[in-house]
Design a protein around this ligand. Structure first.
Ligand code: ADP
Length: 274
């Protein structure tokens, strides 16, 4: 399912001394099945943006569409349960939310919380643990006996067990060593390819954005600065540097090589047609 933002503005603490314009008239389309990275300096509005996709935050102005689900500003009450079944959110350090005495129980918690039967939740939990590469010999152990990377996989399995179509990742590799980072990113790369999931990843790592995504969104001061293929975005190095984003030399090299090869990969920004 496609996701669109049309003229979305978000103001925190409206009409208080702490009022802050965190999103400023953002219009963007995230196509179904894409792997989209969202980059930008700290405070540029990345987290605020993604929290609108499953209704954790409501827009102050504008409209968000996720498949058939529409969220307007100024709407009173809305039930986000269906939307949250479709859009899974992996928060930063998701392993901090593990709490059950066994891994399998923890993974079952997600689907059971959505009213799915015990038997079906167990089936989905087992399937998800297999997807994240945790063998059955682990399932009845305590999640707290695992390594940091394994605990993160369990937490991710809990989100997958609800069977969402869209997964939002907020800095999914934070705090992991290079091997753990590579494992988590390969996992999402694989899930994206195999399950045709739409993946939306907030990251400060330019190489990860370039290597794994097919669309990159650049935020600056609450505004959408750029959107398009990694090559389209990362070739605008002067603009990116101006907003405080450092482009690794190796990637520039890669882009230049691609450019020399005469690649026509200049996909225009995935903006909404108006
Ligand atoms: P990023 O994810 O790019 O670091 P955020 O979306 O977290 O940016 O923040 C955007 C702006 O909104 C920042 O100036 C931040 O200080 C402010 N902000 C974020 N969350 C809140 C909040 N709960 N209350 C008030 N201001 C907030």
């Amino acid at each position: 399912m496609d996701i669109t933002f049309e003229h979305v503005t978000h103001v925190y603490g409206r009409k208080t001394p702490f009022e802050k314009l965190a999103l400023d008239d953002v219009t963007i389309r995230i196509p179904s099945g894409s792997f989209t990275s969202i980059i930008g300096h700290t405070g540029s509005g990345k987290s605020t943006l993604v929290q609108h996709i499953n209704g954790l935050l409501k827009p102050s102005e504008g409209k968000i569409t996720v498949g058939n689900f529409v969220i307007h500003a100024h709407e009173k009450k809305k039930d986000f349960k269906e939307l949250r079944k479709q859009v899974g959110f992996v928060f930063q350090y998701p392993e901090h939310q593990l709490f059950e005495e066994t891994i399998i129980k923890d993974v079952c918690f997600g689907p059971m919380n959505f009213g799915i039967s015990d038997a079906e939740s167990t089936k989905r939990a087992e399937e998800s643990l297999q997807l994240v590469g945790l063998p059955a010999s682990f399932w009845h152990r305590s999640p707290f006996e695992l390594s940091g990377g394994q605990m993160r996989r369990v937490a991710i399995a809990g989100v997958l067990a609800v069977r969402p179509q869209v997964i939002i990742l907020d800095e999914p590799t934070a705090g992991l060593d290079p091997k753990g980072r590579e494992e988590i990113l390969s996992l999402f790369d694989d899930l994206h390819a195999r399950l045709k999931l739409t993946i939306i990843m907030v990251t400060h790592n330019m190489s990860d954005a370039a290597n794994y995504s097919d669309q990159v969104i650049v935020m600056d001061g609450g505004k959408l600065l750029l959107a398009g293929s990694p090559k389209h975005v990362f070739l605008q190095e002067d603009l990116l540097r101006k907003v405080g984003l450092d482009i690794p030399e190796t990637m520039l090299f890669l882009n230049k090589v691609l450019d020399k090869a005469g690649s026509k990969d200049k996909i225009p920004a995935f903006t909404v047609d108006e």
